[in-house]
Ligand binder design. Sequence first.
Ligand code: COA
Length: 257
Amino acid sequence: MSYQNLLTAVEDGIMTITINRPDKLNALNRQTIQEIGAAMKSAESDQSVQVVVLTGSGTKAFVAGADISEFSHYGEAEGKDLAQKGHDVFNSIEQLSKPVIAAINGFALGGGCELAMACHLRVASDNAKFGQPEVKLGLIPGYGGTQRLVHLIGKTKATELLMTADMIGANDALSLGLVNYVVLPDQLMEKCRELAGKIMKQAPLAIASVIRCVNDAATPNGFATEVDEFGKCFVTSDFKEGAGAFLEKRAPDFKGR
Ligand code: COA
């Protein structure tokens, strides 16, 4: 599939999705959000894809936010519609059955920070900057930021970042638990591939179960989901293979069934 604002490539089980509006610091206009949704659907259905890596083009920005030029004239109904469409796509990233790793190669502001937070794992280059500056514009985050930031770093620091519009660097983001790793810019994709490689050695259906359980940790259903998903693992061929391989002292050969 070809896109106006995205580049995609699949290699060795990894689909790389690159948001490609470098002259606008990869700001998310409606078209780009819709295309990210379509790319996630294609990652879900493509049997050759095991992990998705999402990044921004250029060296300056992952995504510098929602495209401000697009909504400066909006009213309430249009604002709600914009947020709902963003939620639908960002939730589809979080709920993808395959891991999505954000490779954060620069500014991750507003919708860019929210996009990174919708991914399952985050690797940042040491020049990355994070923030939710919406209050500077008289807005609040509309793509899940008020919720995911609290879940990821806790209410105390999240409230401060949401209220002050402060930008923080990659190492502060690491200390807060906002990202998994910080690496040099030229090692960013390599680190993502290393992480993806470790995940791809595991049982794919178990990975999908982990995603569902972790997502439900923010709801009252988390423990019940774990019981359910744990039970379901026992009827997979991958469990028979994994347990058999352990007992036979060999490496497992998972098929995702
Ligand atoms: N929406 C639309 N356009 C954006 C954008 C956004 N969120 N962020 C950057 N751009 C555009 C700029 O308008 C500029 O376009 P132009 O060259 O046609 O004028 C281009 O990207 C480069 O940005 P610029 O501001 O010149 O780069 P900078 O290095 O001086 O500053 C930032 C970088 C990220 C600090 C600054 O662009 C910024 O504050 N962006 C908005 C961040 C934000 O508020 N995000 C939340 C939106 S809800």
